[in-house]
Structure formats: structure tokens, C-alpha cells
Design a protein around this ligand. Structure first.
Ligand code: CA
Length: 364
């Protein structure tokens, strides 16, 4: 039987047959010369969703183009092959060779993964890239995922997010008490500590949950993505800044056997396609967010609100407590936490006199 026929047969028979096929291949360890390598990429995003889903498409396209067609990656939206939050397990066991999502969706595997997605009051996209690519972060990221049979790579960044959508104004920390809010990751832990109830929902379920009153509030990403889901039709106030996600790093996952079976040049192509996507997505958000915010405010009459200073001050204190706890869970968590916080402190000291003073000077 030809390989393609075998693979499509395996898809019909189900995941277990495909895993068997991939285990066979990992034993062989290489592909035949001239063989087209067909990979599946499962994602946590609705297919073609602006920025996130299209970022996954960009990654797949780049791998195809840079490899001269030697690897073809088929992208699957959330729920097409596996549900959004099963991407990690699906790639780990080899149901798909690749995945695209955000690390905090798998905090149940290890809380430390959240340092590679979004840290409340943590580093922005520019700073996080500094840590990942030139500050030891990427090595720790790979070490953390190795026991799960996964090779992770940063593959997209949203930049600073918005604080979210609320139907009542947040005037004090007391207004967060009892609030049922969709907010994933460490930001959710901080909300819980402030007396709220964090809910983790994939993007596709947010609008309905907010409109039906199943949740009181939500954060998603920023104007570009929030407009696409129509969140302005389900809530009145749009808050900033996005303290909970000063950037969200999106993540590509590669099954370890599938990665190891590639020749060296294709491994480099896969990782560098991730790196190009990482940079490209941040550029896309930078280009689109301001246009979308203008539309939200001037066409849809969304009411922008800034969180009061005392609210931000209190939740920053709570964030530091949450981070210190998560960063003390085990030996690797301690090393990740120390590395992240040390880099953050250093980069922050310089950015006070570079980025921050320039932002202020520009608006004098
Ligand atoms: Ca978010």
C-alpha cells in the first residue's frame, strides 16, 4: 500500500492506527529521498481566525515554501480533528505531528508552562523575545516540554492585550469579587485571589457565554480579535491595560518523533518558520489593533475605561504572590521563575530610560 493511502486509512481507523504508523516511522528515523512529508497541524483557534488562526496558516505555508514543498502541513481548526484544549495531548501522542495554541491552555500538565505564554505584569512581546531567544528562555522551554514528547517553539505574539469586556464598571477591587470572568492562565489565578471566579473557555465559546450571562466578563486578545468575535455586542465597557497578558506568546508544538525523523535542514526550516511567524504575527497585531479600536469606539460606540490605579496596584501585588508560588513548585519551576524574573528586572531597568521615556516624550 502506498504511504498516502495508508495514512488516509489510518485516519479512518482512528488515532491509534496513526500512532502506530508514526512509531514505525520513528524507528526508521528518516524519510525516503524525494518523499513528500505530510504533516497535520491541530490548533486551538477557529479555522482562519484573524491573527491567531491565520498565523497558524502562515506557519504551515512558510514550512511548505521554505522546504520547497518537501513538507506539506495541513491545518485543522479547533474541533476539526481534536477539540481546542486537546491539542497538547494530540501532538504529544502523535495523532498530529504539529499543533498551534497558547501554553497556558495546558497548565494542568505543568503550571510552569504559563511562563511561556503570558505573565501578569510581566514582560511585553519585545522583552519576552529577548529572554526566549537571547536570555536562556528557549532552552528552559524545551527542557520543560521534553518529558511530554514535544518540541515547543514560540510562533506568534499578540503584543499588549486589552483588559477585557465588562457590563459593570470596575471602580475598586471589591468590584472584582464574585465576578465570573473568562480569563485563562496566571491572570485567572490572580482574579481568583481577588475574589472572582476565573473561567477557561476556548475563543469560539466566549461570545455565547458572555451574551447568555454564563459569564459576567471576559478578556480575549485586543481590538483586532475582539471585534472579530463581536464582543462589543455582548458587553458595554472595554477596559485597559491588559495587565493579565502584557503579551501572549503563541506556541507551536512538534511531536518529538516526527521532528527527529526530519533531516537536519528540514528541522531548521520548521524552527525558523516558527520564528518568522513569531515576528510576523506581532507586526500584524501592531498594524491591525489601532484600526480595529478606532472602529469599536467610533462606529460601535464602545465605552473605553482604564482600570483605576489602586485596582492595578492591588492586582499587581496579588500577581507577584501567584508567580512566586507557581515558581516554587519544583526544581525546574524555580529555575524558570528565577530566569524569567531576573531577565525582567534587568530589561525593565533599561526600558525605563529607553522605551518608557521615549513613549512619554513622544506624547509630551
Ligand atoms: Ca487574552
Amino acid at each position: 500500500m502506498k504511504r498516502r493511502e495508508f495514512l488516509s486509512g489510518a485516519a479512518v481507523l482512528g488515532a491509534s492506527a496513526l500512532v502506530g504508523c508514526q512509531q514505525d516511522r520513528s524507528v526508521v528515523g528518516t524519510y525516503a529521498a524525494g518523499e513528500t512529508i505530510n504533516w497535520r497541524m491541530v490548533t486551538t483557534w477557529p479555522m482562519n481566525f484573524p491573527g491567531l488562526g491565520t498565523g497558524a496558516n502562515t506557519l504551515a505555508r512558510l514550512i511548505g515554501e521554505m522546504s520547497g514543498g518537501r513538507i506539506r502541513v495541513q491545518v485543522y481548526g479547533a474541533g476539526e480533528l481534536v477539540p481546542a484544549f486537546e491539542v497538547f495531548d494530540a501532538v504529544s501522542r502523535g495523532t498530529a505531528e504539529m499543533g498551534h495554541g497558547a501554553a497556558y491552555y495546558w497548565k494542568g500538565k505543568s503550571e510552569s508552562v504559563q511562563f511561556f505564554a503570558a505573565v501578569p505584569f510581566g514582560m511585553n512581546g519585545q522583552e519576552l523575545s529577548g529572554w526566549l531567544y537571547h536570555g536562556g528562555g528557549l532552552e528552559l522551554y524545551r527542557e520543560l516540554y521534553a518529558p511530554f514528547n514535544l518540541v515547543p517553539a514560540p510562533a506568534g505574539n499578540t503584543g499588549v492585550q486589552m483588559g477585557g469586556w465588562f457590563n459593570k464598571e470596575i471602580r475598586s477591587v471589591a468590584d472584582l469579587r464574585g465576578l465570573r470572568m473568562r480569563i485563562p492562565g496566571l491572570g485567572g489565578d490572580v482574579l481568583r485571589r481577588a475574589g472572582g471566579t476565573p473561567v477557561n473557555l476556548p475563543g469560539s465559546e466566549i461570545f455565547t457565554a458572555l451574551q447568555s450571562g454564563a459569564i459576567d466578563a471576559t478578556e480575549w486578545v485586543g481590538p483586532y480579535n475582539d471585534l472579530a468575535f463581536g464582543l462589543h455586542r455582548a458587553a458595554r465597557y472595554y477596559y485597559y491595560p491588559g495587565w493579565q497578558e502584557p503579551c501572549a506568546s503563541l506556541e507551536a508544538l512538534v511531536n518529538k518523533q516526527a521532528f527527529d525523523a526530519l533531516p537536519e535542514d528540514l528541522r531548521s526550516i520548521v524552527l525558523n518558520a516558527c520564528r518568522v511567524t513569531d515576528q510576523d504575527m506581532l507586526a500584524e497585531y501592531t498594524a491591525r489593533n489601532n484600526q480595529a479600536l478606532d472602529q469599536l469606539v467610533n462606529e460601535h460606540r464602545v465605552e473605553l475605561r482604564q482600570f483605576p490605579d489602586d485596582v492595578l496596584h492591588r492586582i499587581r501585588e496579588l500577581s507577584q504572590e501567584v508567580l512566586a508560588e507557581v515558581g516554587s513548585r519544583d526544581e525546574l519551576a524555580q529555575r524558570i521563575y528565577r530566569s524569567y524574573t531576573r531577565f525582567h528586572e534587568q530589561v525593565r531597568a533599561y526600558h525605563r530610560i529607553s522605551e518608557k521615556s521615549y513613549y512619554l516624550a513622544r506624547d509630551l
